[in-house]
Design a protein around this ligand. Structure first.
Ligand SMILES: Cc1cc2nc3c(=O)[nH]c(=O)nc-3n(C[C@H](O)[C@H](O)[C@H](O)COP(=O)(O)O)c2cc1C
Length: 144
């Protein structure tokens, strides 16, 4: 397997309710389980941040679909590269059970969140810090 991950952010087409997020997560989890994909999805200030990991072909095929999904726009691919191992092998699509307060405690992202920024303004450096917080930091335990 050509193990790969793709990290992107996007602007939700509208304010996404909890019910809509749960429905989206269910859809993701069912399909990802079939396609051998894992990852995490975050939602904050009308923006999404998602990590997709799995076989390169499957990751890229899914990203092509996600990019044109009308539920969001301004999809920005931040990272697309090979990985040695999955960071979220246990999660067909993990979703953190935390709020703004906890996110704002992530080292290197404190100022960013306190200034009211959305994931769209993350950039590669901060995206890596966010990824690391869920990959090996204390925020990992919040993943459901
Ligand atoms: C923010 C966001 C994240 C998504 N994540 C996934 C995902 O992880 N897996 C997935 O299969 N579809 C995901 N989707 C849905 C896809 O865009 C697309 O609707 C779905 O894969 C359609 O699959 P099908 O055409 O093969 O039925 C996501 C959509 C949005 C808006």
């Amino acid at each position: 397997m050509d193990l790969w991950h793709c990290v992107y952010c996007s602007a939700s087409a509208k304010e996404t309710s909890n019910t809509e997020l749960v429905t989206l997560l269910e859809e993701c989890r069912t399909k990802n389980a079939k396609n051998g994909l894992t990852g995490i999805l975050l939602y904050h200030k009308r923006s999404f941040f998602q990590v997709l990991e799995g076989d390169r072909t499957a990751v890229e095929a899914l990203f092509d679909k996600i990019e044109v999904d009308p539920r969001h726009n301004r999809v920005i691919k931040i990272i697309s590269e090979p990985i040695a191992a999955r960071a979220f092998a246990k999660w067909t699509m993990g979703y953190p059970n935390i709020g703004f307060k906890e996110l704002a405690e992530i080292p290197a992202l404190n100022d960013f969140f306190m200034r009211g920024r959305s994931y769209l303004e993350l950039g590669e450096g901060r995206a890596k810090a966010l990824l690391a917080a869920f990959q090996e930091g204390r925020w990992r335990v919040s993943l459901r």
